[in-house]
Design a protein around this ligand. Sequence first.
Ligand SMILES: Cc1ncc(COP(=O)(O)O)c(C=O)c1O
Length: 350
Amino acid sequence: MIAPARGNPLPEWSTLTFAFTETDYIVRAEGDASREPVWETGRIEPYGPISLSPAAAVLSYGVGIFEGLKAFRREDGHVQLFRPDANAARFQRSAERLSMAPFPVDLFLSAVDQLVDANRRFVPPPGRGSFYVRPMQHAVEARLGFGACHELAVTMYGSPVGAVGAKSEAIRLQAVERARVAPGGTGAAKAMGNYAGSVHVAGPAREQGFDDVLYLDARTLTNVTETSGANFFVVNRAGQLITPPLDDQILAGVTRDSVLTIARDELRLDVQERPISIDEVLAEAGEAFCTGTAWTLKSVDEIAFRDRSVRFPGREVRDRLWEIISGTQTGRRVDTRGWTRLVPEGASRR
Ligand SMILES: Cc1ncc(COP(=O)(O)O)c(C=O)c1O
């Protein structure tokens, strides 16, 4: 039996944004790399503060990672997740990059099922948005000096978030002569520290009316990489869909992979994963868009760089991709790739 929660109020579905709403339950699992098995199964707890030693390594050294994925309510009322196995695999890769014992994929999937099932009433109606799941893994061991930690914890919470519709507004980016992460650093992991430093860079751009910054490659300060939290694509005048290749500075987005798969297999586009310079983007692209779980697929209307500003009027490729991806996520389209996972009714009571 799960302990009864406070029963937080449901949000107004029509006004949902990406703002956080408190739900009823979280999931917690403890790990200890000095025992076998390392990880316990996740358990449901009422939503509320979690306690940590003030000496927990995550608090001083940022030994923590996270994920973001979404659950959608279908027209038939069932709730399904989009590619949770891909997030589970990335959660493991991120943990390993931070020298933490990886959380097993089956435990990740059942913990997400439990979380979504326990908070099912917070999953918005079809077309009104989705339920965003935030899994995190932290080194909770009390230690003064830094080093690999045995004592770990996985915590998952969720929040209903708003729909980003087909007509979502295009965004403005400022390309900056800065890198998001260091070469050879943790850029390919979804590590806490990658995000802490980017607020300082994106903040001034936001004050000037941009939605985010577009970072350049740390080694060359020439090629584009990604924004603070989304991958970047362009379509050039020859109709080629181009995105920078995965390396130590780019997070392997699940949406990025979904876009590449659909573009190749279904839309039969000429897809290129290759370095692309900011000069080529500004000179050759007719369409640009960003991809991520939170942002979904956002058309880029304008990129400013140094004293130039270029507009990108194209929307076609983004719109075709979004139709297929959002249709699959919400169950309007048949899932031919096994990308969706039904959240079993009662998963949180097992
Ligand atoms: C730095 C960064 N790049 C790209 C993405 C997009 O990844 P995904 O499509 O898996 O959400 C994210 C979000 O997780 C991110 O934080």
